[in-house]
Design a binder for this molecule. Structure first.
Ligand code: NAP
Length: 320
């Protein structure tokens, strides 16, 4: 099979398309023929060798994918060859024509959801769900500001928050991104590149503030986020690419919370609840992953360059 291999940490160009043997499933494992693989920012951090968790070299990147079950190992009971599935984690990496998974890492893909959309579920939707429901503990009627609503996690969070009865406000850095956020049904959208965006948001709350902020770039926004919070408000730090200086008094004066999250810390029980909920949303159509770009697997290098550029409008996927 064709697969991307990383032999050394470095820039996007360290990813090479190579020929590899097709892995064979052991007990409790499933082999999937992939139709699409999701590209997430974390895979760029890991490839560069700067992420705290370093994969053992050489490796094939990728957690998310969607395709058809090819072979099931002994004791696998939840799927059979021919089933449409998406992955949330893999054993052998998803930037490939086939991927090997533990049974617990695969989930049914409803017929109405395309393979490209299926590859956009694992990390982005589970992250958005965990941030909103399990970390922020948002309640219907609250205002949630999704700071970075145009990307993979942000578009997922907009859909989840709307389906849960929240008032959804989002930010994006381009006209295209802002249009997408409104098309998804958000109530308000703001430009996080504008120097006065925080004033505009505060004015729009009529001084009450925001109940929940899902933050994709805390190193840029956390200090301002704290000033936007309503009493008892919560910021969930999903993404951060450097240090930030804050005024802790802004937290103190509101009885506010700043809560971090990394998807890897989610327990198996919490994860199975997340995917059960996602499955219902995918089935009833409230969750509809947005694909911005399909890139051939052979051009994986390009996908890592594009995902780090501004101007997100949904999810980038690789097509084997
Ligand atoms: P993505 O698809 O590349 O989207 C990036 C998002 O960040 C876009 O909406 C982008 O908006 C926005 N952004 C850029 N500059 C911003 C700014 N100054 N303020 C607010 N938002 C800004 O990435 P993703 O998959 O959605 O992931 C988003 C972040 O969360 C990344 O840093 C990623 O590493 C992190 N993440 C963390 C976890 C976790 O477990 N903690 C899981 C998944 C992702 P424009 O392009 O419109 O400017």
């Amino acid at each position: 099979m064709k697969a991307i291999r990383v032999d050394q940490f470095g820039g996007p160009e360290v990813m090479r398309l190579t020929e590899m043997p097709i892995p064979q499933p052991g007990v409790g494992q499933v082999l999937i023929r992939l139709m699409a693989a999701g590209v997430n920012p974390v895979e760029t951090y890991m490839r560069s060798g700067t992420y705290p968790q370093k994969p053992q070299l050489p490796y094939t990147p990728g957690y998310d994918g969607a395709g058809i079950v090819e072979i099931v190992g002994d004791q696998v009971t939840s799927c059979k060859p021919g089933d449409r599935v998406y992955t949330a984690g893999t054993i052998s990496g998803s930037y490939a024509e086939y991927t090997l998974c533990n049974e617990i890492q695969i989930h049914p893909l409803p017929a109405k959801v395309s393979f490209a959309q299926g590859a956009a579920i694992g990390v982005p939707y589970a992250t958005a769900f965990r941030a909103l429901m399990q970390r922020a503990r948002a309640t219907p009627g609250e205002i949630v500001l999704i700071h970075g609503a145009s990307g993979g996690v942000g578009t997922a969070a907009v859909q989840l928050a709307l389906s849960y009865g929240l008032q959804v406000w989002g930010t994006a850095g381009t006209d295209r991104g802002q249009s997408l956020v409104m098309e998804l049904g958000a109530h308000r959208v703001f430009d996080h590149g504008a120097s006065d965006y925080a004033d505009l948001i505060m004015q729009a709350t009529k001084g009450h503030g925001i109940n929940v902020i899902l933050e994709m770039l805390a190193n840029k926004n956390l200090a301002k986020d704290l000033t936007l919070l309503a009493p008892f408000g919560r910021v969930v730090v999903i993404g951060s690419r450097g240090p930030v200086e804050i005024d802790a008094r802004e937290i103190m004066s509101r009885d506010a919370d700043v809560r971090g999250m990394v998807l890897f810390n989610t327990s198996p029980t919490e994860m199975s609840r997340i995917h059960a909920a996602l499955n219902l949303g995918l089935e009833n159509g409230s969750l509809r992953p947005v694909i911005s770009r399909e890139i051939p697997l052979a051009d994986a290098v390009k996908s890592h360059q594009v995902i780090m550029q501004p101007g997100a409008s949904g999810k980038i996927v690789l097509i084997p």
